[in-house]
Write a protein that binds this ligand. Structure first.
Ligand code: THU
Length: 140
C-alpha cells in the first residue's frame, strides 16, 4: 500500500479536479463535473463527464479519468478528487466506485464542491465487501 498523499498533493488534486470541470460535455444535465486522479506513478490525470444524446451512455468524470490513466499504462489509483457544482459535496456513483475498485481499492476519495463542504473517505468505506480482481484470481 502506498503512503497517504501529502496535504500539498491533495490541494493540487482538488484544484485540478475543479479546473477539469470546465471541459465537461454536459449539454443535457448541465451538471459540470471534474475529476483528478493521483496515479501510482505520481502523475495526475483528469476527466470530465461526457454525455450522449442516448442518455444511458453518459460517462461520469471519475470513470473518464480512470480510463484515461489506465490508457496511459497506470494500474494504481492512489487518490481521486471529484468536483461537483453543488453546495454540498457528493460521493461518486456506484458504477464509478466499482470501476475505481479495479485500480484503487485503497484509494482516498475526496469530494469537493462550490460550498465549504467536503467529504474524504477511503474507497473501502464507500464500497465495502467489494467484488474485484482478487475474486477472480483462482481462475487466472
Ligand atoms: N456525474 C459525474 O460525472 N460524476 C458523479 O459523481 C455524479 C454524476 C455526471 C453524470 C451526468 O453526466 C451528470 O453528472 C448528471 O448525473
Amino acid at each position: 500500500m502506498s503512503a497517504t498523499p501529502t496535504a500539498a498533493v491533495i490541494r493540487r488534486l482538488e484544484k485540478t479536479a475543479r479546473a477539469a470541470a470546465q471541459k465537461s460535455y454536459s449539454p443535457y444535465s448541465r451538471f459540470r463535473v471534474g475529476a483528478a486522479i493521483l496515479a501510482g506513478s505520481g502523475r495526475i490525470y483528469t476527466g470530465t463527464n461526457v454525455e450522449n444524446a442516448s442518455f444511458g451512455l453518459c460517462n461520469c468524470a471519475e470513470r473518464t479519468a480512470i480510463f484515461t490513466a489506465a490508457t496511459q499504462g497506470e494500474r494504481v489509483v492512489r487518490a481521486i478528487a471529484v468536483y461537483t457544482p453543488t453546495q454540498t459535496a457528493t460521493s461518486p456513483c456506484g458504477a464509478c466506485r466499482q470501476v475505481l475498485n479495479e485500480f484503487g481499492p485503497d484509494a482516498l476519495v475526496i469530494s469537493i464542491c462550490d460550498g465549504q463542504d467536503r467529504i474524504e473517505a477511503t474507497l473501502a468505506q464507500l464500497l465495502p465487501a467489494a467484488f474485484g480482481p482478487k475474486n477472480l484470481k483462482p481462475r487466472c
